[in-house]
Design a protein. Structure first.
Length: 336
């Protein structure tokens, strides 16, 4: 079964064709980073306009790369939330239109849930579940326990800034470029992670929630008190503080829930120090670690199409009256 997936939740216009939930036949992503860089963040109106201009050509390219046509597609899926409302509307309506015109099944997908199960797309192992999964990006930091595709519970999530958001804000404080995550990682590679003892907020509390507002504020105060700071050391120390919390809580959850698999997804999971430290901790405890390539960590449509395969088999199609849900949470699951 070949499913066309469409993703426009934020600032990437994406389309992909995935067969049987695991075989990526195409995965096209048109990034808007250059468009939004002068503003230091995503401008919603610019994002939706850009989606509208590109959506048809991106879908056509995805079909062409997959060596298929719209008539050979078995179903069409799109993100309906969470995300920017105007951006979500472009992709969701495009997918509905294609499905309606061709008579193909339509499936609406939760973007965060797609991230949760994206490691299974390239690690199709029958023994992967149950698993503890960390979803860490610019908008989300969520720790979940999944026992089967579509069966999961949230263990904890950020109570303020998401990890990726903190990276962007600290990068702005340091006068670095946008997006902030790659810039901080690059500078951190030349710094000393032990130079500054930034706080590991909520690392040792009795929940699986996260908080990154405090470490961001600590960076701000440090910069004010130390005008002759070394940027590389600030980046390395800040990155280490965030990574310690992400890895520490994930490993603790894996041990408490007695799982053999840990996974991580979302844009921040590309970070090399995060992958290195999580890998070491998992190896020491005999845990299987599932990660995905960078192209599937950031927003993409392959994960949308892959999850749609499972939802179609289990839940059937979604209703055409379904509207976008900009603030939907992971716990809401599939739409019908």
């Amino acid at each position: 079964m070949k499913i066309l997936g469409v993703e426009t939740s934020c600032d990437e216009t994406a389309a992909a064709v995935v067969a049987n939930g695991t075989e990526i036949l195409s995965n096209v992503v048109s990034s808007q980073v250059a468009l939004h860089r002068p503003y230091g963040g995503v401008v919603p109106e610019l994002a939706s306009r850009n989606h509208l201009q590109l959506i048809d050509s991106v879908i056509d390219e995805a079909l062409s790369d997959a060596g298929t046509s719209i008539t050979e597609i078995d179903a069409v899926a799109a993100t309906y939330g969470p995300g920017l409302a105007a951006s979500l509307l472009i992709g969701l309506n495009a997918a509905k239109g294609i499905a309606l015109a061709t008579g193909k099944p339509f499936i609406a997908i939760n973007h965060v849930e797609a991230h949760l199960y994206s490691p299974l797309l390239v690690n199709a192992r029958v023994d992967a579940l149950p698993m503890v999964s960390l979803i860490v990006s610019g908008g989300h930091t969520i720790l979940a326990h999944a026992t089967a595709v579509g069966r999961h519970e949230i263990l904890g999530q950020t109570v303020d800034d998401a990890a990726g958001e903190a990276f962007d804000k600290v990068a702005k404080l340091l006068g670095l470029g946008y997006p902030g995550g790659p810039e901080i990682e690059r500078r951190a590679g030349h710094g000393n992670p032990a130079a500054i003892d930034f706080p590991r907020s909520m690392l040792n509390d009795d929940t699986y929630n996260f908080s990154f507002s405090g470490v961001k504020t600590s960076v701000l105060y440090f910069l004010r008190k130390n005008p002759h700071h070394r940027v590389d050391d600030v980046c390395a120390s800040f990155q280490e503080a965030v990574v310690d919390v992400l890895v520490g809580k994930t490993i603790r959850a894996a041990e408490e829930f007695d799982v053999k698999t840990v996974s991580a997804s979302g844009g921040v999971s590309i970070n090399r120090r995060f992958r290195e430290k999580l890998g070491v901790e998992c190896t020491q405890r005999g845990l299987q670690l599932l990660l995905v390539p960078a192209a599937l960590c950031t927003d993409n449509a392959a994960m949308i199409a892959a999850l749609a395969y499972h939802h179609l088999s289990r839940d059937g199609t979604s209703d055409y009256s379904l509207d976008v849900a900009p603030s939907i949470g992971l716990g809401s699951g599939s739409a019908s």
